[in-house]
Design a protein around this ligand. Structure first.
Ligand code: PMP
Length: 383
């Protein structure tokens, strides 16, 4: 049986050259090619993140959750006041981590499919005077995207740091780390960067590193910036080092993936995601499917789609039978009312895969051949 097409919002399909770099016998973490690759990855991350030369990239084994925990434990001490911009399941996870850390957490929430109003965020920040403001750039549970620039401006008024969870956005949504003054932008390997799962990727501003130095309650050893800093600096100066074994195969693959993004251009890569998302939204509209996010808030990286009247999760099975895997609902309040289609990384280079997905969905919904053909029309505009 041929492999199904994986169109969930991570892990995603990876480019053949990335897979090829990954599929080698495990190299040593101090092999010359791994040291070179690691060093290049750190340098490339600054460009993809649009971070300045004083920022520090970290590449650590783990997943997006690991990167979130790194951000929380390196910047926040027990009793510190923090504000969380509430967008759904993943901002709730961040708030939960912060409470476990003992922080005093205020959340600013919004109805499902919307994002918190900037005035409400401003009010909360001005009243609470938080040490850090946390936000999820794209919340994968609802498919909404916040505007990080506005969050940075609001935090800046009270000198608060900012942390953005970019697990479902980095390299696919516009993010200007240096220009906006963001302090941490974090992601995981299995999303728009386009690798198998296994790496936590994070860039910290110089200010964030200084805040870690002043932390009283040390982070867990394996997440501590202070433990990892000498390792990252060694790799960047092309010297061998060891603290905890890196996922060497993934490092080789990461170099290829980041090279791919930078060769095409980070802005062009974001635009390619934007164009694919926009064409897909037209396709969903032809198929008479409504989005969970309100107008103007839908992310480039995934579509959160309400089951049309008379349909339910059985669509997922019907699509699978047509060779396409999509994801069910995640937000607990609307879990059974919607499903999710991922479109990020290498997938958006493969118009044939986007077409296959639209066709499988249209057919699974029982739409006529004419309707399916009209839904495919917007994809023809893509390069
Ligand atoms: N944040 C967001 C926005 C995510 O989409 C995810 C994963 N879907 C996570 C955090 C957690 O990442 P991981 O599953 O890699 O730990």
């Amino acid at each position: 049986m041929s492999k199904s097409l994986l169109m969930i919002p991570g892990p995603v399909e990876v480019a053949p050259e990335v897979l090829e770099a990954f599929c080698v016998a495990p190299p040593s973490h101090v092999a010359p090619n791994v040291i070179e690759s690691f060093g290049k990855c750190l340098e490339s991350m600054r460009h993809v993140w649009k971070a300045d030369a004083t920022s520090q990239p970290f590449i650590v084994s783990g997943s997006g959750t690991t990167a979130m925990e790194m951000a929380v434990t390196n910047l926040v001490d027990p009793d510190d006041p923090v504000v969380v911009v509430g967008t759904g399941y993943f901002s709730d996870r961040m708030a939960d981590m912060l409470r476990r850390r003992g922080a005093r957490v205020a959340t600013v929430d919004a109805p499902i499919g919307q994002v918190p109003n900037p005035d409400d965020i401003r009010k909360s920040v001005d009243t609470r005077m938080p040490k850090v403001v946390f936000a999820t750039h794209v919340d994968t549970s609802t498919g909404v995207r916040i505007d990080p620039k506005i969050v940075c401006e609001i935090a800046d008024r009270v000198d608060a740091l900012t942390v953005f969870d970019g697990v479902c956005s980095t390299a696919a949504e516009r993010f200007e780390m240096a220009e906006w003054g963001a302090d941490i932008f974090l992601t995981a390997s299995q999303k728009a960067i386009g690798l198998p799962p296994g790496l936590a990727l994070l860039v910290a501003s110089n200010r964030a590193l200084r805040v870690r130095e002043a932390i009283e309650h040390a982070p867990p050893k394996s997440l501590d910036f202070e433990e990892w800093l000498p390792i990252m600096r060694a790799y960047e100066s092309r010297a061998p080092s060891y603290f905890a074994t890196p996922a060497t195969n993934l490092i080789l693959a990461l170099e290829v993936a980041l090279d791919g993004v930078l060769a095409y251009g980070i802005d062009a890569t974001v635009e390619r995601h934007e164009a694919a998302a926009s064409a897909l939204r037209s396709a969903w509209s032809h198929l008479e499917i409504e989005l969970v996010p309100e107008e103007g808030l839908a992310a480039n990286t995934l579509s959160a789609l309400r089951y049309p009247k008379g349909h339910d999760a059985s669509i997922l099975k019907a699509m699978h039978n047509r060779g396409v895997v999509v994801a069910g609902g995640l937000h607990p309040d609307i879990k059974d009312a919607y499903f999710r289609v991922g479109h990020m990384g290498y997938t958006v280079e493969r118009i044939d895969w986007l077409e296959k997905t639209v066709r499988a969905l249209g057919q699974s919904l029982g739409r006529s051949e004419d309707v399916v053909e009209s839904a495919l029309e917007p994809l023809k505009e893509l390069e």
